[in-house]
Design a protein around this ligand. Structure first.
Ligand code: ATP
Ligand code: MN
Length: 461
């Protein structure tokens, strides 16, 4: 492996011989020289390779073919740049075009392309500044997730993707089957005995129920993996396949959970500011003006707090401004969440104690018998980023809730066992990884922060 451009740029240029391999971003010709900007993906910064004008026949030919998108190898010497745009540049001695990118067919030419257009070429969009930056931030954030938990004594648990239980009614599920649907349609009979697992099976909507089992043995655990939701919500905040981080802590209550969630978000944002500064500066300049300042504020400020009841009272004062009328018992809409975070508190907001009817069966019931010990973290621009709760750890109350909701108790036998044997108060939450990336990058459509988005009717695969 040869050093990357990022590595070259971190050294002091003093005439050392270097070899740069990457993709041509732009080529510019002046009277005295040709400037080829080469990007190798290691960072946003290109290596400027300068060819003087006396280039001979074969080199002139190579320069001709080094058009935007072509892959090239440049040999030369690394010198301090006389120009103002960059610290160092390569005074090029030779150029080799490895793979051409004919200008009449290569889709990514110099001009700026719309995000919509780029979504149609998800195999090429990582070669743009925007998507390169997103990929680097995504990588750093994934690593930071593990760092945060590992530094705090949490164990990473791999929870299954295929499940038989409708985990929590969190969203519609994709069924996993080997039954021949056309045959089923013809015979009119579904025989699950003949299905692969011998019963209806689905892709998981959350790893939580499974991770709780390890929580009640290892104490502090988390899972980080793909989850699937077949909800037909064509929004800029929902994907059919997304990644979720779900910590779960034993001997813990709602307050511990809220503290963990706040520390976690602040750690991630701080890491992004420190280690992805160049990419964030780009997002700030091109995508979301003020991004870096607002993220810096998130790191130092405490998160605002409100109960659901207080939040609804606040929203009811501004009824006229909403499409969906707020009332006690309603599920908070994204417009409500945005209003609370942007207009009322001006930053992240933790809302607690939601009505039990709009939350999952496993959340711990409060003494008022109307609400549960739930906590959502809401942020400006799109609303919910985290959903969590203290779990109902008392067997009788959990069984009663399952019955009330008409769920099949047999499906939850192992989950109930956790309450039968050595039960403990415990709590956890789910952070949507792509929502975090929207937050950190300032991008506005969730389809742009995952390499290959899966959404209803989006068939580029
Ligand atoms: P929302 O109300 O925004 O649809 P939710 O209440 O269904 O979210 P939870 O079941 O609490 O979400 O899931 C935990 C977290 O997973 C959410 O806070 C969010 O960050 C993320 N999330 C949920 N659904 C999706 C989705 N379809 N695409 C991407 N992220 C999601
Ligand atoms: Mn939620």
């Amino acid at each position: 492996m040869i050093p990357t451009v990022k590595e070259f740029l971190s050294t002091v240029p003093e005439g050392q011989n270097v070899m740069v391999k990457g993709w041509v971003r732009t080529k510019r010709q002046t009277k005295s020289a040709t400037f080829v900007e080469v990007n190798d993906g290691s960072s946003m910064t290109n290596m400027q390779c300068v060819f003087d004008q006396e280039s001979s026949g074969s080199e002139a030919e190579a320069l001709e073919k080094a058009t935007t998108g072509a892959s090239v190898a440049v040999e030369g010497i690394l010198i301090a740049s006389p120009g103002s745009g960059q610290k160092a540049e390569v005074k090029a001695k030779s150029l080799r075009v490895i793979g051409e990118a004919p200008p009449d067919t290569y889709p990514l030419q110099k001009k700026a392309h719309s995000l919509e257009f780029l979504r149609e070429i998800s195999h090429l969009r990582p070669r743009t500044n925007t998507f390169g930056a997103i990929a680097r931030v995504r990588n750093r954030m994934a690593f930071a997730v593990h760092q945060f938990f590992q530094e705090r004594g949490f164990f990473y648990v791999h929870t299954p993707l295929i499940t038989a239980s409708d985990a929590e009614g969190a969203g519609a599920m994709f069924q996993v089957t080997t039954l021949d649907l056309e045959r089923v349609a013809k015979t009119g009979i579904v025989d699950y005995d003949k299905d692969f697992f011998g019963k209806p099976s689905f892709l998981t909507v959350s790893g939580q129920l499974n991770v709780e089992t390890y929580c009640e043995a290892l104490g502090r655990v988390y899972t980080f993996g793909p989850t699937f939701r077949a909800e037909n919500s064509n929004t800029t905040r929902h994907l059919s396949e997304f990644w979720m981080i779900e910590p779960e802590i034993a001997f813990a209550e709602l307050e511990d959970n809220i503290t963990l969630a706040k520390d976690f978000i602040q750690y991630l944002v701080k890491t992004a500011l420190a280690d992805c500064a160049e990419d964030l500066a780009f997002f700030d300049a091109r995508i979301q003006p003020g991004l870096v300042a607002s993220l810096s504020k998130v790191v130092s400020d405490s998160f605002s707090r409100m109960t659901y009841t207080e939040a609804v009272a606040e929203l009811e004062k501004h009824k006229a401004e909403f499409e969906f009328e707020p009332y006690w018992g309603c599920d908070l809409q994204s417009e409500h969440e945005k209003f609370l975070t942007e207009k009322v508190v001006g930053g992240p907001l933790v809302v607690t104690d939601y009505p039990k009817e709009i939350k999952a069966f496993y959340m711990k019931q409060n003494p008022d018998e109307k609400t549960v010990a739930a906590m959502d973290v809401l942020v400006p621009r799109f609303g919910e980023i985290i959903g969590g709760s203290e779990r109902e750890w008392r067997l009788d109350l959990l069984e009663k809730r399952i019955e009330e909701l008409g769920l099949n108790k047999d499906n939850y036998w192992w989950y109930l066992d956790l309450r039968r044997f050595g039960s403990t108060p415990h709590a956890g939450f789910g952070l949507g990884f792509e929502r975090l990336l929207l937050y950190v990058t300032g991008m506005t459509n969730i389809r742009d922060v995952i390499p290959f988005p899966r959404a209803p009717r989006l068939a580029d695969f």
